[in-house]
Design a protein. Structure first.
Length: 129
């Protein structure tokens, strides 16, 4: 794998973390809209996420950019400015759902008007046998 740094003008999504897969897809302009192709490819794995700094008279000053360092897969195409970039969590690590024998839920209404709760649902699956 080759180490590649991707620079973003804005802070990446809060959920992006080290170990996530970076995916890419090409986009094209259709009727004034940017449309992503259905061919989504794995690009590489995130190694680090950091704010970029510039040296100003011996002082480090944030310059507004964010750097995402990625271990790029050797067969991945290089990124272009028209690519749509997204990320994928490792499903072995980032499981969703409640674990354990029970869960407690507290619901509150911060409004001053009367409110009615229409529905509450849960999903249960046996995890230990």
């Amino acid at each position: 794998m080759t180490e590649v740094t991707i620079t973003f003008d804005n802070k990446p999504n809060e959920s992006l973390q080290v170990g996530d897969w970076i995916l890419r897809t090409e986009t094209s302009d259709t009727s004034g809209f940017s449309v992503a192709s259905s061919n989504v490819e794995k690009y590489g794995v995130v190694k680090s996420i950091a704010k970029d700094y510039t040296d100003v008279d011996g002082r480090l000053v944030p310059n507004g950019d964010w750097l995402v360092v990625v271990d790029k897969l050797d067969l991945s195409k290089p990124l272009s400015t028209n690519d749509y970039i997204l990320f994928l969590k490792d499903s072995r690590v980032n499981l969703s759902g409640v674990t354990g024998y029970y869960a407690e839920v507290e619901m509150s209404n911060s409004k001053t008007k009367k409110a009615e709760l229409f529905s509450v649902a849960s999903e249960i699956s046996e995890s230990s046998k």
